[in-house]
Ligand binder design. Structure first.
Ligand SMILES: Nc1ncnc2c1ncn2[C@@H]1O[C@H](COP(=O)(O)OP(=O)(O)OP(=O)(O)O)[C@@H](O)[C@H]1O
Ligand SMILES: [Mg+2]
Length: 271
């Protein structure tokens, strides 16, 4: 099969390329951590990025989102070049990744965590802050959106609790909520279900599917193959920095290179 990280054409649907990356390279000393020739994400799909430990998945995420410099390569989002842009500019363009709740925010309420995630929008135009009634209107809008999203992710009754008191799974949901406050088009999640108990994992997966229904696009790194096959439209597998296979979940899990590099013959040897 082809190793181009693009979906096969499905019926008459013509998917729009949202993220296009070419020739992305990143080395650490003598180690080539990422060497991706072609990587594409189409609008409204859920794409899983899999591969063994050290394959370069997180580094690739970091490069795409501006948290790590690329040694070479070009990438664009919704038709606009993001090559060499700052993490801030990339997030503003609509490509947003989730982050662990930092220590300082653990001592703030869940609702304030959500509102703070949107503050860069009002903080940008200082003039708005000087016009009190307008600012209040915007503040109310942000709060309404935060409450809406908290309801949607199932944390509405936790809105007054300190973020630090949430369970691991609830924190993951809050991290997703915070990312959504920025109104992204593409949400990037690095191991969203790691350390989450099974019942909350189901809730989290339901919400990730729901993002696609809301018109968003999702790119996530995941080791749990049950999770990968249950929610992905397409799977891309990396090994030693390179994309070794891409296709439907079924195509990728039965691909010989993927089995050799990652899954093992029993599909249980990775962890
Ligand atoms: N800042 C760094 N300095 C030096 N080497 C690094 C750095 N970041 C990553 N690496 C190396 O680059 C390679 C790719 O690491 P990366 O974390 O991207 O892999 P990964 O696919 O996310 O792995 P995992 O599944 O374990 O999270 C590894 O060999 C790693 O040790
Ligand atoms: Mg990683």
């Amino acid at each position: 099969m082809s190793v181009s990280a693009s979906p096969s054409a499905t019926g008459s649907e013509v998917a729009e390329r949202l993220l296009v990356a070419r020739g992305i390279r990143r080395s650490f000393g003598g180690l080539v951590a990422v060497n991706v020739e072609v990587f594409e994400v189409f609008e409204h799909e859920i794409v899983a990025l899999i591969g063994p430990n050290g394959a370069g998945k997180t580094t690739f995420f970091n490069v795409l989102t501006g948290f790590e410099r690329a040694d070479a390569g070009e990438w664009s989002f919704a038709g606009a070049s993001l090559t060499g842009k700052s993490a801030y500019r990339i997030a503003r363009a609509g490509m947003v990744r989730t982050f662990q709740i930092p220590k300082a925010l653990a001592r703030m309420t869940v609702l304030d965590n959500m509102k703070l995630a949107a503050t860069h929008q009002s903080g940008e135009r200082v003039a708005v802050a000087l016009v009190r009634p307008l600012w209040n209107a915007q503040d109310r809008e942000v709060e309404a959106r935060a409450l809406d999203l908290l309801d949607w992710i199932g944390l509405a009754d936790k809105r007054g609790d300190y973020a630090g008191t949430l369970s691991g799974g609830q924190r993951k949901l809050l991290e997703l909520g915070r990312a959504l406050m920025t109104e992204p088009r593409l949400v990037m999640l690095d191991e969203p279900t790691a350390g989450v108990n099974p019942s909350l994992t189901d809730q989290l997966l339901e919400r990730i599917r729901g993002l696609r229904d809301r018109g968003l696009t999702v790119l996530f790194v995941e080791h749990d193959m049950d999770v990968v096959t249950s929610i992905s439209d397409r799977v891309v597998c990396m090994a030693e920095g390179v994309v070794i296979a891409a296709g439907t979940p079924r195509e990728v899990v039965t691909n010989d290179s993927v089995i050799d590099a990652y899954l093992g013959r029993s599909h249980g040897e990775h962890a």
